[in-house]
Design a protein around this ligand. Sequence first.
Ligand SMILES: Nc1nc2c(ncn2[C@@H]2O[C@H](COP(=O)(O)OP(=O)(O)O)[C@@H](O)[C@H]2O)c(=O)[nH]1
Ligand SMILES: [Mg+2]
Length: 297
Amino acid sequence: MRARELGRKSVVVGDRVSLVGDVSGADGALARIVRIVERRSVLRRTADDDENTAEGRHERVVVANADQLVIVSALADPPPRTGFIDRCLVAAYDAGIEPLLCLTKADLAGPDQVVGYYAELELPYVLVRPDSDLDALRTLLAGRVSVLVGHSGVGKSTLVNRLVPDALRTVGVVSAIGRGRHTSTSAVALRLPRTPDADGDPGWIVDTPGVRSFGLAHVSAESLLHGFPDLVEGTVDCPPNCPHTPDEADCALDAWVATGKADERRLASYRRLLASRSGDADPREPERNPGDPLAGS
Ligand SMILES: Nc1nc2c(ncn2[C@@H]2O[C@H](COP(=O)(O)OP(=O)(O)O)[C@@H](O)[C@H]2O)c(=O)[nH]1
Ligand SMILES: [Mg+2]
């Protein structure tokens, strides 16, 4: 239980805490959380993008002390949404944790389209198919705390069950619109099992079934840009306090993509996120970029 002196400060998954009381771990043992150790990283989200709404102002910490954000995206069924991935990259940068793209259902479609979109970034990725061994992924997870995020239906629970056979995460059914069934909502940390051929700490994964996406109302425009490292250098020639919006005639980003320094779809995606934060984006499909399979359909 939480000590009264912690007040309303909440303990989240990943927190390191000090305990007082019976720390034997035996059935019925009672200990009190008296201190939350300073967090090394904080992954946050707001319910909405717009900080002018009540939802947008409601910011919460999802996971503390994570090292890596594993963005799980299917290559098909449901199709990948680069808008969602871009949004996760911003959240990872804001949290100070490293992104890893995990592309599932590689048996159904190839990765070229998605990987090509991120060609200018040093974004590590792994491919997962039902019959693939998970060695490459396990290596990237070893020794760290990794948070898994992804839309439902992408195969996240299937993956967690393969990584941690005791986890017993419920595997859902992908319906026609590509959404699986939601069965639980709170984040849970799972210790990865030791493998015979690897020594050292296999790491932890944190499954976040309730997190469908990251609202970014708490992220400043400047931090938002850092989720797009391929665009950062392009802003050097912008006028002071350039908002980087499409109607800003002197924004240097248009020339940056026109001369091939970055993919124009990335600039469009950045501007869509900027717009969603000020509340004037199309709210229907905020995570779909033109060029994504099924975009606009
Ligand atoms: N073809 C294919 N199907 C997969 C793969 N991984 C998961 N699935 C299927 O996708 C559906 C949704 O999986 P689930 O793990 O519940 O997704 P979650 O909602 O992200 O947790 C299930 O029918 C899985 O059997 C994969 O690599 N390839
Ligand atoms: Mg699931």
